[in-house]
Design a protein around this ligand. Structure first.
Ligand SMILES: [Zn+2]
Length: 452
């Protein structure tokens, strides 16, 4: 049984779905500019959760929205002299191509706010009927004080929220904490018709409408970045539970830690490396995926060139194990590594521990290969576990053939350097090969190598 941390209860809880289907809604991007690496990390982490649930036999219904209308969209479109739709379409297309390059499985459906206006209007009408929302001059607001549980996700009370938030003074609201469900159209803005006049939806209401439309009253997991807990997810819960009367709106609330840029942010030379595309230009998709899961999904992760470059070496080691030559001896048993992997993933998706099980398996494969054992089954297990993490090794450098001639060539070169007493350079070759999982042993006049 998998245990998952639930932000709503603050506890680890077992995840089980009797019908074999997990309904998962993950908040998507606002496509007003190129998506950044933090968006890629969020998509990759929920992709790992989805893949692991599928590995455990569930079928996953995965919905991810696009907020293709809001203030930022309108401002950016005006600045670039394009329509909001043109801006959204081009950024969404680029983002989808980037997710594909990162081996993120496509969601079951990517609804867009602008294409779900009817569903959104229905929910707002229902909220007004039930007294949870009110209309003022073409705007509609949610009445947060009517909901006694408001604040239960972020564990705040209304007074603290108001003290901490810089709320615009808006005379039309009954209470400063009330938030907009519908915004009346200002001149020059895109708008849609509604019972309250022309306008556009607020941000939070779209996710309520889309989650209910595509997943019904059974939302098993609702996720996104930690920065969405308040106000976005708090507001989604308030709206949805007020509208349907069903609690909880989502059984699990799952949030990933943020991606920080640390000292690298100060480096001008990195330029826009923080866009997904720039990262894909600088690093392989596999090393980025390994980097994202190198720390636990709820912990903050700090971008580091060196760390990602280190992942490139890890990928080469995995590649070497996948391509190591199998002997005809007895089959290597890898059950304990699979067990360790599953135990780690069952413990709130502990990917760092799962990765360490995978590297233990890699060493077992290399040992088995060196001693002439049959490692074919072990290699297929390795590929399967890696695919659960979204790390696609099987196609990596498939045309490059065996690395053995290159290793032999480097050893020859090293021997020559030693003869010329250039020991520093010779040692560098040994150390670099060591980093790649190739151990060198000098015996008498012979040098042997093996995979660690
Ligand atoms: Zn959302």
């Amino acid at each position: 049984m998998m245990n998952l941390y639930n932000t709503l209860t603050g506890e680890m809880e077992p995840l089980s779905c009797d019908d074999g289907v997990v309904n998962m809604y993950v908040c998507g991007i606002t496509p007003y500019s190129s998506a950044h690496l933090g968006h890629a990390m969020c998509a990759a982490l929920f992709d790992v959760l989805r893949r692991y649930l599928e590995y455990k036999g569930y079928s996953v219904n995965h919905i991810q929205n696009f907020t293709d209308i809001d203030d930022k969209m309108i401002a950016a479109a005006n600045e670039q002299g394009v329509t909001v739709k043109e801006l959204a379409d081009s950024n969404i297309e680029a983002y989808m191509a980037e997710l594909n390059a990162l081996n993120v499985l496509p969601a079951s459906k990517y609804p867009k706010a602008t294409e779900e206006i009817d569903a959104i209007v229905d929910v707002i009408e229902g909220l007004i009927e039930k007294g949870y929302a009110y209309q003022v001059k073409g705007d509609v607001y949610f009445r947060v004080r009517k909901n006694h549980e408001y604040g239960k996700l972020s564990r705040r009370n209304l007074d603290d929220m108001l003290a901490g938030a810089r709320l615009e003074v808006d005379e039309s609201k009954e209470y400063p904490g009330d938030f907009a469900l519908w915004k009346s159209a200002k001149p020059g803005e895109p708008f849609w018709g509604s019972p309250w006049g022309d306008g556009r939806p607020g941000w939070h209401i779209e996710c309520t409408a889309m989650a209910l439309k595509y997943l019904g009253n059974k939302v098993d997991i609702h996720g996104g970045g930690r920065d969405l807990v308040f106000p976005h997810h708090e507001n989604e819960i308030a709206q949805s539970e007020a509208y349907t009367g069903v609690k909880p709106f989502s059984r699990f609330w799952v949030h990933n830690g943020t991606l920080g840029y640390g000292a690298e942010k100060m480096s001008k030379s990195l330029g826009n490396v923080f866009s997904i595309q720039a990262a894909l230009d600088a690093f392989t998709p596999e090393s980025l995926r390994l980097f994202f899961i190198s720390s636990h999904y709820r912990s903050p992760l700090v971008f580091s060139n060196d760390v990602i470059q280190g992942q490139e070496k890890a990928i080469i080691r995995l590649n070497n194990a996948v391509k190591a030559e199998s002997g005809t001896g007895s089959e290597v048993n890898v059950d304990r590594y699979v067990l360790a992997f599953e135990e780690a993933m069952d413990a709130d998706l502990n990917t760092p521990r799962a990765l360490s099980a995978i590297f233990d398996l890699t060493r077992e494969i290399n040992r088995g290969s060196s001693s002439g054992h049959n490692i074919e089954h072990a290699q297929s297990v390795l590929l399967k576990l890696l695919s659960v993490l979204g790390v696609d090794i099987s196609t990596e450098e498939q045309h490059s053939g065996s690395s053995e001639p290159f290793i032999e060539l480097l050893l020859e070169l090293r021997q020559q350097l030693r003869t010329e007493k250039q020991f520093a350079l010779a040692d560098r070759i040994r150390d670099s090969l060591g980093d790649l999982g190739i151990r060198i042993e000098d015996r008498d006049n012979d040098t042997r190598w093996s995979r660690i």
